[in-house]
Design a protein around this ligand. Structure first.
Ligand code: HEC
Ligand code: HEC
Ligand code: HEC
Ligand code: HEC
Ligand code: HEC
Length: 258
């Protein structure tokens, strides 16, 4: 019968077809994330607490970051290659733990929760499309606001403590002005003198990560605390330009410190 012939000629059912699965992942996973997000962020927020969740997707070469942290914790004498690892090590010294998400969730405000989960959704799409940029130690990221907000929320003391010229590059940032505007107090243990003991806010767009890259290997210069010299000099110059001041070399600042 003609009908039977037609049936047996048919291609196998489309279920499980690679293209279908791809579509399902592409559409389904972000939708799932949105559902998780609207369910009070519970699902995604629980998963992200675990570094092993991150390295499910961030495989070679980005597992480097995870491995560096693990090595620092396992071996107390090991050299600390970067600032992110320093966080794991310092937490470990105090019998505490640290996680990737501590820096990557922003400041935990509702807005930044939404941004974090939206970024997660984008990343899932990039992951499925296989279009991820394979480089490590990338210095530019898609959502720099998130880790920068995290730095600020843990390091208000550093930003608010005035120690003259030695801290002016923190004290005069708009981020510090925002803390003061929100009611936090400057701490001035040593006064800082007439020029540098006061709050002068420079209208600059510098971020913490313009001087403090988290994953870039840096020499363990105890004085510089993983601050990268060349990019930091550029950042100093940017603020000086924005303030209408002439550039000053980092060497001068470091010399005056001793
Ligand atoms: C579903 C897979 C997946 C999981 C799970 C995952 N990521 Fe990603 N992530 C990606 C992909 C893909 C990118 C995009 C890479 C690119 O654009 O080159 C990315 C990008 C990033 C970026 C760059 C963001 C930016 O603003 O440019 C950071 C930071 C990041 N991930 C951290 C994390 C952390 C921390 C975790 C664990 C809490 C995590 N990821 C879990 C797949 C994932
Ligand atoms: C969850 C809290 C937290 C977050 C987020 C965080 N830090 Fe830290 N950071 C710490 C703690 C705790 C230390 C240990 C020293 C201390 O007790 O102040 C530290 C130490 C440091 C040090 C000194 C390192 C050294 O070798 O002495 C620098 C520099 C630093 N953080 C910069 C940053 C920057 C930049 C960011 C954002 C990219 C950031 N931190 C995010 C908690 C945090
Ligand atoms: C123009 C460069 C520059 C910018 C921008 C900058 N820092 Fe720093 N930061 C430094 C330098 C240089 C040091 C190391 C010298 C020192 O300890 O005073 C440092 C040290 C630190 C430390 C180590 C602890 C301490 O007090 O010595 C922390 C924490 C820190 N910065 C947090 C931040 C945060 C948070 C931001 C963003 C709001 C930020 N920094 C922006 C240059 C910068
Ligand atoms: C101290 C805060 C901090 C910690 C801890 C941290 N990150 Fe990051 N991460 C950053 C910042 C800031 C950037 C932006 C680039 C940079 O500063 O090196 C970044 C960038 C990234 C990127 C995108 C750029 C790239 O090089 O691929 C990935 C992926 C990433 N982090 C994953 C992780 C994973 C996985 C962990 C945990 C093992 C982790 N991060 C722990 C602050 C942190
Ligand atoms: C947030 C903006 C800002 C950042 C970041 C900044 N500076 Fe400054 N700096 C200033 C301003 C404004 C002055 C001028 C202060 C005055 O004369 O009243 C100044 C003055 C100085 C002076 C004193 C110059 C003199 O005439 O005696 C030195 C030295 C200096 N900065 C070095 C640095 C270095 C090195 C960095 C980077 C680590 C840096 N600054 C980052 C705003 C900044």
């Amino acid at each position: 019968m003609p009908v039977d012939v037609a049936l047996s000629d048919q291609k196998p059912p489309v279920r499980g077809h690679p293209r279908r699965r791809w579509l399902l992942l592409l559409v389904g996973v972000p939708v799932l994330l949105v559902i998780l997000a609207s369910a009070g962020f519970v699902g995604a927020s629980m998963l992200e607490e675990h570094d092993t969740f991150c390295i499910a997707c961030h495989t070679v070469p980005e597992t480097t970051y995870f491995n560096r942290a693990a090595a620092a914790i396992a071996n107390n004498g090991a050299a600390i290659p970067d600032l992110a690892t320093a966080h794991y090590q310092q937490a470990h010294d105090k019998n505490q733990s640290f996680a990737c998400i501590n820096c990557h969730r922003g400041d935990s405000s509702l807005n930044q929760r939404i941004d974090t989960l939206a970024l997660g959704g984008r990343d899932v799409a990039v992951f499925i499309l296989g279009k991820a940029d394979p480089a490590t130690e990338k210095t530019t990221i898609y959502q720099p606001a998130l880790p920068n907000a995290a730095c600020i929320s843990c390091h208000t003391d550093t930003l608010l403590t005035v120690n003259g010229i030695q801290t002016h590059f923190h004290n005069w940032l708009p981020q510090t002005a925002a803390l003061v505007a929100s009611g936090q107090q400057l701490v001035t243990p040593t006064g800082g003198g007439r020029r540098f003991g006061r709050l002068r806010t420079v209208n600059t767009s510098l971020l913490c990560t313009d001087c403090h890259l988290a994953h870039k290997s840096a020499n363990a210069d105890a004085q510089l605390k993983f601050v990268l010299r060349d990019i930091t000099q550029q950042a100093c110059d940017t603020c000086h330009r924005d303030a209408g001041e002439r550039p000053e070399s980092m060497d001068r600042l470091l010399r005056e410190r001793r």
